[in-house]
Design a protein around this ligand. Structure first.
Ligand SMILES: C[S@@+](CC[C@H](N)C(=O)[O-])C[C@H]1O[C@@H](n2cnc3c(N)ncnc32)[C@H](O)[C@@H]1O
Length: 269
C-alpha cells in the first residue's frame, strides 16, 4: 500500500503545526500525526493530505480544529499532588506575606486541558486562604473541545478518582453518571482560548502552572513560552512546570526552588 503521507506532506504539516502552536512532531511520532490527519480527511471527505493542507492555509477555523486534534489532553484532578502540597505549605504562606496589601491572588493554568488542574487549584485555595482574601484562576488551552468540558464542569465517575472524599462532597453535586462542579467554584475560573505561542496579555500573575505542555514543544518554543510567562508574572511569583520538564540549560531568569514538597521556579525580581 502506498504511503498515506509523502515526506513533503509530513514536512509541510509539521512545519505548519510547529509555527502555529510550538508543538513539535518528530519522525518517531509521525504515525500519531498521520492517524489524526486520516481521521480529519475522512470527516471532511477529502482524498489526500495535500488537498487538506490547501484548505488549512486559508481557513483559520479549520487550523484550530487540526491543532485541537493533535494535542494530547491527558490530565487528572490533583495530578502530581506534591505540587499542590508545595502551594499549600510554601507558596501560599509566602504570598500571604508578600501580597498582604492587595489580598488578591491571581493564578494561571496554562494548558489546562479539560479543567481538572484549575479546579484543583480553585478548590485548594478555597480551603487554605484566610477570610478576606480573594483569588482568581485563568484557565487556557488551544483545545476547544477540552475547554468546553472544563467550562461545563461535569466529570464522569472514573474521572473524579483522586479527589478527596471531603472535596467531592463539598464542591460537587452528584449526578446519575458523575459529578458536577458547583457554581461557587466554577465562577472563580475564567476559561479562555489561548495559544502559548502568543502573549496572553496577562500581567502581575502570582502563580503560573504550565505542566505537561512544554514537553510537546521543541527547545526554541519552550524558551519563548517561558519568556512570555516571565513577562506575565509579578515580581516575587512562582512557576510550576511538569515534573518531567525542566528549565535546566535554558538560560532563563527564573530561580530554581527546592522545597520539602516539590521543586518549582521563582521570579525573584
Ligand atoms: C497533557 S495536557 C496537560 C494538562 C494539565 N496541565 C496537566 O498537567 O494535567 C497538555 C495540554 O496543553 C495544551 N497545549 C498544547 N499546545 C498548546 C499551545 N500552543 N497553547 C496552549 N495550550 C497548548 C493541549 O491542548 C493540552 O490540553
Amino acid at each position: 500500500m502506498a504511503d498515506f503521507m509523502t515526506e513533503i506532506d509530513f514536512e509541510s504539516f509539521r512545519r505548519l503545526i510547529y509555527d502555529e502552536s510550538g508543538i513539535h512532531f518528530s519522525a518517531t511520532n509521525r504515525s500519531i500525526l498521520e492517524s489524526r490527519l486520516r481521521e480529519r480527511l475522512r470527516e471532511k471527505k477529502l482524498q489526500t493530505p495535500s488537498e487538506y493542507y490547501a484548505i488549512l492555509i486559508k481557513d483559520k477555523e479549520e487550523l484550530k480544529v487540526l491543532l485541537d486534534s493533535v494535542t494530547t489532553n491527558l490530565t487528572r484532578f490533583f495530578r502530581n499532588q506534591a505540587h499542590f502540597d508545595a502551594v499549600q505549605n510554601f507558596v501560599v504562606p509566602e504570598l500571604l506575606k508578600l501580597r498582604a496589601t492587595e489580598r488578591n491572588l491571581r493564578f494561571w493554568s496554562a494548558g489546562c486541558s479539560t479543567g481538572e488542574e484549575p479546579y484543583t487549584i480553585a478548590m485548594m485555595l478555597r480551603e487554605i486562604l484566610p477570610a478576606g482574601w480573594k483569588y482568581e484562576v485563568t484557565a487556557s488551552d488551544i483545545s476547544l473541545k477540552s475547554l468546553m468540558v472544563g467550562k461545563e464542569g461535569f466529570y464522569t465517575d472514573s474521572r473524579v478518582q483522586g479527589i478527596p472524599e471531603a472535596f467531592l462532597g463539598k464542591y460537587f453535586d452528584k449526578r446519575p453518571n458523575g459529578f458536577q462542579i458547583k457554581e461557587d467554584i466554577k465562577k472563580v475560573i475564567r476559561f479562555d482560548y489561548h495559544n502559548l505561542k502568543n502573549d496572553s496579555g496577562q500581567r502581575g500573575l502570582d502563580v503560573v502552572f504550565c505542566r505537561n505542555v512544554l514537553i510537546y514543544f521543541d527547545e526554541a518554543a519552550q524558551k519563548a513560552s517561558i519568556e512570555r510567562f516571565w513577562d506575565a508574572m509579578a515580581p516575587k511569583s512562582f512557576l510550576f512546570i511538569g515534573h518531567s520538564e525542566s528549565l535546566f540549560g535554558m538560560n532563563t531568569k527564573f530561580e530554581f526552588v527546592k522545597t520539602d514538597w516539590a521543586c518549582f521556579y521563582k521570579k525573584s525580581i
